[in-house]
Ligand binder design. Sequence first.
Ligand code: FAD
Length: 332
Amino acid sequence: MYLPRFAFEKPTSLKEASSLLAEKAVKSALLAGGTDLLPRMKYGVADPERLISLKGLGASAPKVLPEGDLILDGASTLSSLASSPEVAEKAPLLAAAAGRVATREIRNIATLAGNLCQDTRCLYFNQRHTFQFMEPCFKRGGDFCYFIPKGKKCWAVYMSDTAPALVCLGAKIQVEGGGAGALLDLEALYSGDPLHPLTIGSDTIISGIRVPPAGGIRGWAFSKLTSREGMEFGALNIAVLLETGKDPGTCTRARIAVGAVSPAPARALKSEGSLVGEPFAPELLAEAARQVAEEVTVTPHHGYSKWYLTRALEVEALNALTRAVNQLTGGR
Ligand SMILES: Cc1cc2nc3c(=O)[nH]c(=O)nc-3n(C[C@H](O)[C@H](O)[C@H](O)COP(=O)(O)OP(=O)(O)OC[C@H]3O[C@@H](n4cnc5c(N)ncnc54)[C@H](O)[C@@H]3O)c2cc1C
């Protein structure tokens, strides 16, 4: 598979990158690590005329502000975040999720902002459509779905591993360009529409990610279910973040976010609510895990059925909740 022809720019400042992106005469796309965008260009599902590389801007190392916020550069590679002492101390949940993306080779060039802005995926969409699939599907601008041929909508799913972790951490993103220097809740980045999964325009750059400090003592877990534990996107992933006050046995705040089973990371709000104010007990965790599987509507994808994913979600939720609680209580 060959890349189509494209023009290339490598600005050296955010301002220069923003003004290049704002030029409407040529269809441009940001290029970070390229591990999501370049394969899409090869499959013929992304067709920018010009790539604007962010490599000339460099990436600042993670830093912790005096008030405790963790500041991350959107251009940081996933491997640098997985091994950063600042991330390990302030957001180990993110370090764990970043370390589970793809393979070491990919993590060495793939960036955090690129991971958050990756497109939704489908077994039939992420292919060259030269001879097997002639009709354009919904996501290619047609009105057909190869996955559910009688379906009336697109079933592509959003598969970032870092997004559920950052959603649990209450992260905000710094956007430049279209949104002119605004700080947005990460959850607001996602539209829930598989055709256009992001709410920001293609003229917008995510320059940084801000993770607020912990409100209490934390227990966390990240689980990613794959069939081979290899270079794979998840069948599903789940991030859990629990906080307690002085009593390590009672939850004061809970965040649960599920990825890879819908067009956006999905919060399990009812399950989160069921944990708050309650002492951790095996029955409470089992009921919270059951609730996660009930409230998160799972999209079947990549050969995994809805039945399988729903049951696997309950198992992974219980596993993640138990690990998070064990961190808080020392397994007592
Ligand atoms: C074999 C393989 C396995 C993979 N496995 C996984 C996996 O397990 N989990 C997972 O989450 N992902 C996986 N991926 C997808 C991809 O590698 C990651 O999502 C990666 O983090 C994308 O980052 P990137 O820097 O390469 O993004 P790019 O490909 O450079 O960009 C991705 C998108 O984000 C936009 N973008 C990039 N930077 C910015 C910015 N600063 N502001 C605004 N928009 C921006 C680009 O324009 C593009 O649309 C896999 C990819 C491959 C090829």
